[in-house]
Design a protein around this ligand. Sequence first.
Ligand SMILES: *Cc1c(COP(=O)(O)O)cnc(C)c1O
Length: 432
Amino acid sequence: MIFENTLTFANRLDREDPLKDFRKKFLFPNRMGKDYIYLCGNSLGLQPKVTKEVTNLQLDRWANLAVEGWFHGDEPWMFYHKEIKRLLAPLVGAFEVEVCPMNTLTVNLHLLMVSFYRPTSKRSKIIMEAGAFPSDQYAIESQIIHHGFEPNEAIIEVFPREGESTLRTEDIVAKIKENGDEIALVLFGGINYFTGQWFDMEAITKAGHEVGAIVGFDLAHAAGNVPMKLHDWNVDFACWCSYKYQNGGPGGISAIFVHEKHFASKLNRFAGWWGYNENSRFKMDKGFVPEAGADGWQVSCTQVLPMAIYHAALKIFAEADNLEPLRIKSIALTGYLEFIINEVNKSIGFTQYRIITPANPAERGAQLSIIAKEKGKEIFDELVAKHILGDWREPDVIRFSPVPLYNSFEDIYLTGVALLNISKVILAPNND
Ligand SMILES: *Cc1c(COP(=O)(O)O)cnc(C)c1O
């Protein structure tokens, strides 16, 4: 697409956007009567307008039915997660039986590692991307220690090449081959939170399996952002949070994927009563018998309130016909943002803003990570003061995530205008 740096052009794209009305389903943060331009859906997705209603509905069910809400009325809580499974499966390319909403993300990462990281003296290593999200680093580190191994020896990180910001698939694959049969687990982010790089998940999975390792992904920044085929790609396991691109609310419910090929094997797991075979769960018998599929990893009873919020948020994806149409818009929106950032650089006269996220749309989702050469934090703070909300990562990175469900091309155009004006003032020579 040939982009233009004009409001007329941005407005035309918005008028032609088949998904334009979805924006009306969300609440935008507002200060002193003015809505923000929200470019932070990678961190916390916006609240759908129906959220209050569905929450109140569950509060009413609790008030009116109390304990009977588990089995009676419409949508009894006992089976509430099943509707979420149905909505969730197409978003990640899985069968319903392979996914289940439960717990929170880091907790799920631990639970899945209990099943899928089974180190032996010969095979104990975990391959991961350097600069993974800290929670994942801590989870992995502590799992390794739990099994009596040394994190320094067991963790193999893949780094970008000198002078580069993102990873090359060939380097990831080479690292996997190099460590071969010493690798127990390949555990990557689907999209790296800092650089916005979308890894070649299929190639990584294939390379991991070729050396006999298990392959899992943390999809916090990928789920609801990019279309995936977890089942077909033969990914062993994955987990994600719902509160980023899926708008499931702060600290909202997480979900897991376990490939069906593992259902027949007797996997180690940290069990709880809610993962027990559904038909006989309330016999309260001794001896854990897991429910078939991903449901068998549930530990505690359904967290109905956050689940209700997640359910309502996922219904919006279904109304948009899931990720295929959203992805088309997302590629255009992010491409437009990239174009606008480069326009700002041109007007300033040098590369003040360097995008470290890959330029190839197949290697990124909605997020662009932008290194600000000079006075980045001051400029970022001024953007916020002007009602433009991205996020700031030390020491010098601004992340903007135009989300196709609720961002417009006009949002991007106006962000460019503000960024240029603010930069001109803050970078002016006499401003030191
Ligand atoms: C956001 C994010 C988390 C957060 O974990 P919580 O348990 O939900 O606090 C973990 N890992 C990654 C990769 C993330 O992007």
